[in-house]
Every structure is written in structure tokens, then in C-alpha cells.
Design a protein around this ligand. Structure first.
Ligand code: HEC
Length: 170
């Protein structure tokens, strides 16, 4: 029975990864057209295009208590992050940078990774729990121009869970 559950989970995950990769590749191609990008910026339309039509939601992430985050739930959520991020110590970057030890470290913490200018501009700031809470809630809104094309974790308990899990990876 457990095997069946695993199979289903694996199938869903694979579909998700393939979908994300396709989307990401098209996004990368699109991003490399400077003219298009400028036109967007001048028009004041946030890059992210059609998805910008989200319903008028909260302006900021609700505060969370990371120490109460469910580490087991965090481990599950980490498989979503793992489609773009390596998570183990010393592992090479994927589409996104390695995340080992990111909590408490500086923004743009991975040496040699080609961060967006938007992320590099924050390099003097630390990834505190509060900063991660905001970023993971809505990456594009918190750091406009970031190349982390992830819609964010809207549920406070999910953000607390993943941040707590990241902290346990020592
Ligand atoms: C679709 C791919 C994708 C997914 C899914 C994704 N990320 Fe990212 N992430 C990126 C990219 C690309 C960057 C680099 C951002 C930049 O340079 O602007 C990034 C950057 C980050 C950073 C900043 C790292 C640093 O060194 O400053 C953190 C923290 C982060 N991601 C956490 C997460 C977590 C936690 C998850 C899962 C909940 C997640 N990401 C899911 C692509 C992704």
C-alpha cells in the first residue's frame, strides 16, 4: 500500500518537474530579449505578466513562529524546492542556488551562482527567518526582478515548516 502511495507521489512530482522545466525554459528564452523586458519595465507592469492578476491579497506575509514549524511537513515541501534547488551540503546549483545553510546567511549566499541583479542588490542583508518568511510568501513581490519563478507559499504554517526544516539541515 505504501508503495502505491509512493508511486502516485512520484508521478505527481515528475509531472510537476516536467511542467516547471518547460515553463522555465520558455521563461529563460523570453527573459533574454532585452527589448521586451524594457518595454515591460517602462509600462510599469511587474514581470510575471498574466499572473500579476492575482486577487487583492495581503500586502505582507503574516508573521510566523519558525520554532513551531512542522519539520516533517517542511521535509515534504522541500521536494518542491528541490525541483530547482539542491539542498545537500556542497551540492552544485540547479536552476536555483544550493540552499544548504541559507538561513542566517547573506542574500546571494552561493559563490559562483549567477544571481539576478535584484538578488545581488540585497547581498548585504541576511536571510533572517523574517526575511525568508517574506520572500517565500511572494518572491516576486518581496524582491521584484528575482529570477525565482515560484508563486510562493501562501500558508503561514507551510513557510514556518520549510524554514524550520532548512534550519535542521546542519
Ligand atoms: C522554479 C524554480 C524554483 C523553485 C520551485 C524554488 N526556487 Fe528558490 N530560487 C530559484 C532561483 C532561480 C533563485 C535565484 C534567485 C535570484 O537570483 O534572483 C532562487 C533563490 C532562492 C533563495 C535565495 C538564495 C540565496 O542564496 O540568496 C532562497 C532562500 C530560495 N530560493 C528558497 C526556496 C525555497 C525554500 C523553495 C521551496 C519552497 C524554493 N526556493 C523554490 C528558483 C526556484
Amino acid at each position: 500500500m505504501n508503495m502505491e502511495v509512493n508511486k502516485i507521489f512520484a508521478a505527481i512530482l515528475t509531472a510537476g518537474i516536467v511542467g516547471m522545466l518547460c515553463w522555465f525554459i520558455s521563461h529563460e528564452v523570453y527573459e533574454k530579449e532585452p527589448l521586451e523586458k524594457n518595454a515591460y519595465e517602462i509600462a510599469g507592469v511587474p514581470s510575471g505578466g498574466e499572473s500579476g492578476a492575482a486577487p487583492a491579497a495581503a500586502e505582507k506575509a503574516e508573521p510566523i513562529d519558525v520554532s513551531k514549524g512542522d519539520v516533517a511537513l517542511g521535509a515534504k515541501i522541500s521536494s518542491v524546492c528541490a525541483s530547482c534547488h539542491s539542498l545537500g551540503k556542497g551540492e552544485p546549483a540547479k536552476i536555483g542556488p544550493n540552499l544548504f545553510g541559507v538561513v542566517g546567511g547573506p542574500h546571494a549566499h552561493m559563490e559562483g551562482y549567477a544571481y539576478s541583479d535584484a538578488m545581488k542588490a540585497h547581498a548585504s542583508e541576511k536571510w533572517t527567518e523574517a526575511a525568508l518568511n517574506e520572500f517565500l510568501w511572494n518572491p516576486q513581490k518581496t524582491i521584484p526582478g528575482t529570477k525565482m519563478t515560484f508563486m510562493g507559499l501562501k500558508k503561514p504554517e507551510e513557510r514556518a515548516a520549510i524554514i524550520h526544516w532548512l534550519e535542521t539541515q546542519k
